[in-house]
Ligand binder design. Sequence first.
Ligand code: PLP
Length: 449
Amino acid sequence: MTLNCSKTGKIYSELVREYEAKTRKSRELFEKARKVLPGGVTYKIRDFHPYPPYIIKGENEFVVDVDGNQYIDYWMGHGALILGHSNKAIVEMIKSQAELGTHYGYEHPLAIKWAETIRRNYPPMELIRFTNSGTEANIYALRLARAATGRKKIAKIQGGWHGSYNGLHVNVHPPFTGKPESPGIPEEFSNYTISVRLNDTDDLRRKLLENKDDLAALIMEPVLGAGGGISVTKEFVEEARELCDRIGCILVFDEVITGFRISLSGGYGFFGVEPDLTVMGKIIGGGLPAGAFGGKEEIMKLLDHRENEEHVFQGGTFSGNPLTASAGIATLRYLEGHRDIYDKLSYMFDYAKKRVDEIAQEYKQPIHLTGAPGILGFHFTLKEPKNAEEVFSLRYCNELYPLINLYLRNKGVLYVSETVMHLLPSIHHTIDELEKVLNGIEYIFHSLM
Ligand SMILES: Cc1ncc(COP(=O)(O)O)c(C=O)c1O
């Protein structure tokens, strides 16, 4: 009994017809959208084949499209909505703050409370500044690292996604050429970027030591998000810490996904390794646009205009705005008060791992679950992938990814993307809902035997 990948095309065409029949209004909207939005979308990763479902409502773990189809959502606002869509307490908080003002453009007490709430749970962020996105926070964190060290080079992880900052939008997707992955970014911008294979301590040591006099920072996600939901090994992250200490480079954790998701204190709490600087986003904004960066006082103090005439610049119209602050505080306070959420996410991860192993045994077809609590990466690969390269190179049937995505979409389960299968559950998701995903995988396997 082996999986016959050549059968995927026929099944996929049938599923496209089923999707089209259920989503006529979305198709109409897509045609309209293409006339006003390039590609018909606001962000490429929200596109689906043959066209995206256009969503008009979200509640708890569900979203509803314009045709009235309800989906169990495993994308949850790019992972921002750990408390679910339209969480009542957050909505109330946003409403009451909006009545007082959405944005003052002046200092206000909520920003202090927001920063204190983050720091209480994530002590390595001794001082904090807010931005409007994770991308922006990464830009400033690296600027700060360069200013603090007087060095130019940045090391990143292959497959690591930190937003589309010129110097970091490189070696994100295969074939990992080392060149910028978007036209419009001059090649010179990647001259100062070094990429390291995740969980390959030899590669890490070699590249960091080779560049020891020029390296300002090593930036890494505790769990690769876009790169497939691959967790760092303890050995790798400890080696990263030790090497950074040895050569004087700043260790930056990009916790935009993992922050307040894999534990209340993110990857730092989960792996017990302390970064010098940390970048957050998503969950800390409670569903509104947000980002933050923070870390050691001696580094963050370089932003202090009162102490340094030549201070590092950071700022923006909406940074630290009271509306996002109110939603962020409400979310973080809820998480602080309900720590069992992390046990639930952990149980879900273990459950998924056990079931994936059972399915693999039953169908004699390898499947692997990677990630951490709150991040479930499914891989149809010959071995468990340890880094982003292996996420792609070890696949035995690439067509399975879009096929499972479309099959589940038709069955009322939605997630991004069609090429990488990683789910970001909220506190509302149940084991029965996870079973829907697992049953979908089983059904597709069965159909391809
Ligand atoms: C780990 C990580 N860092 C940074 C970013 C960029 O954040 P934003 O999309 O808020 O700019 C993302 C976005 O998905 C991310 O996953």
